[in-house]
Design a protein around this ligand. Sequence first.
Ligand code: GLY
Length: 331
Amino acid sequence: MQRAAREESDGQNGTERTDPTDPSDLHGSRVLRRPRPLCYDGAHIAVKGVTTMIALIIHGGAGKWPENKHARAKAGCEAARDAAYRLLQNGASALDAVEEALRILEDDPLFNAGTGSHPNAAGEIEMDAIIVDGSGCRFGAVAAIQKVQHPISVARRVMDATPHCLLAGCGGTQFAHEQGFPEYRTELLRTADSASPSQDTVGAVALDSQGRIAAATSTGGTANKLPGRVGDSPIFGCGAYANGLAGASATGVGEDLMRVMMARSVVDAACVDPDPSRAARHGVRLLDEIHGTGGIICLRREGAVGFACNTPAMAVAFIDGQGTRASFVKA
Ligand code: GLY
């Protein structure tokens, strides 16, 4: 599943071969000279001197995932993956791709996010989401917001339209409605699946044709949580993180994931290890050390993807930089 980076150079035109592990490129701060695109072949954009892959990995949450939900979980992740990948193929940004993937998962009542969110102890739906732009060290997030259909798009709006990074509670909900996100009827946010929770959170990490990485995570939080409880998902470096070299999205028990700063820990590991699966397993080992529970997906700029969890199962779908596609509920 791990794919080595492949950068092609004709060696004749003075174009630059970029070192994907050069730490000076963290957060995309180093300006890369990218020559004019020559051709497009599906899995990657070939440019003179540089081949920039596109890639995408999605999770539908770590947890128990009973057998009778596996087919739906796989299909739901595939639908989100394929829609977001089409955007990438058409030149969309990694940010647009991860937002689109999560909007689709937020609309699928099977997943604990958006419409499928678990109710809290008061029977209310409070949702958290984050979107991270790894090329600019930017993020937007919302915590414990209510009555919106797509928390991930509200998080994106926080990033794009305010000087802030995170809006919470009534203020976050009010911001969403003032920004034109329609009031979503609470009863639509309660479904048969959300009443019998078996898994946690959705997330995506994408690499676009410009070499930019974005990560996003959205959740209804833990079932029966205290009103006002906020988990890892909207916390930068915990629920999601990305920089110029790698990105990650976490799932699991938020209180555990925050303690190990899960997404940041895994991205840091991925910055020095070409195998994102090893980086993901490193994150799970950190969780194991504190007897925590969860999982993570990870992607590197060369298009390699990885994942790991210590839960009974996790739903995953990806298309890596080589065009290899897969989807499964890992048991
Ligand atoms: N990982 C999601 C949460 O604990 O809220």
